[in-house]
Design a protein around this ligand. Sequence first.
Ligand code: OAD
Length: 238
Amino acid sequence: MPLNVNAARAKVRAAKRVAVLTGAGVSAESGIPTFRGSGGFWSHQRFEDLATPEGFAKDPKFVWEWYEAHRRNIAKAKPNAGHLALAELEGRVRWFTLITQNVDGLHDLAGSRNVVKLHGDIWVVRCTVCGRERTERAELTELPPRCACGGMLRPGVVWFGEMLPEGAMEAAAEAVRAADVLIVAGTSAQVYPAAGLIPLAVSAGAVVIEINPEETDFSSEVTLALRGTSAVVLPELV
Ligand code: OAD
């Protein structure tokens, strides 16, 4: 086992308060593509068309077809060893917050409980007219789907240029400021305000452990960088 994993494990074991920030990379080994990099969604799709309020206003059917296909793919996915390791860690640490940019719900399925979802939830649909929200896992056959009020529904996710769910960033920042250790797994850390949690942890004096097969813009600032995939490294760490 690489030296860094042993060092990271000692830090996690000694920590009273642990925060974790995850991104699409933690679900890659569950068969869900990431956004950036080769094979990522944004390498062959324009995020402006699919993940902005303007794109949705222009062509809601196109956006919904993409989201529904994504939902069906996620519906087939199971939590991997990385998700399960984080749920196990939560059971051992008294003070634990999992902050995720993922909308796939795999952390919930793995058993994580204190989850802050910065970018919403793909299983939630929200009415663009009356604002009512509900969880909808069933296949949506008529696209775009409609609310009982007649208004068009939209995916309950955060698009570029939109506000984060109320209180989510505050809860995340509070957890990070209080944490002895922040584990950052599977995120390119290019999307703000989520990425800003990493320098926040550094300036608050936390040990920051990055798990990613690739370097990120923050790799030089973290305490320990573990180069590997989350389904392999997280179980080793926990
Ligand atoms: P990205 O696709 O930007 O980054 C995924 C990261 O995961 C990259 O740094 C990869 O190197 C890493 N990675 C790939 N496979 C991995 C594995 N098996 N284990 C660990 N790491 C792995 O995804 P995010 O950082 O989550 O937002 O992207 C942030 C936001 O941008 C998303 O929430 C989404 C996207 O556009 C919206 O749609 C608003």
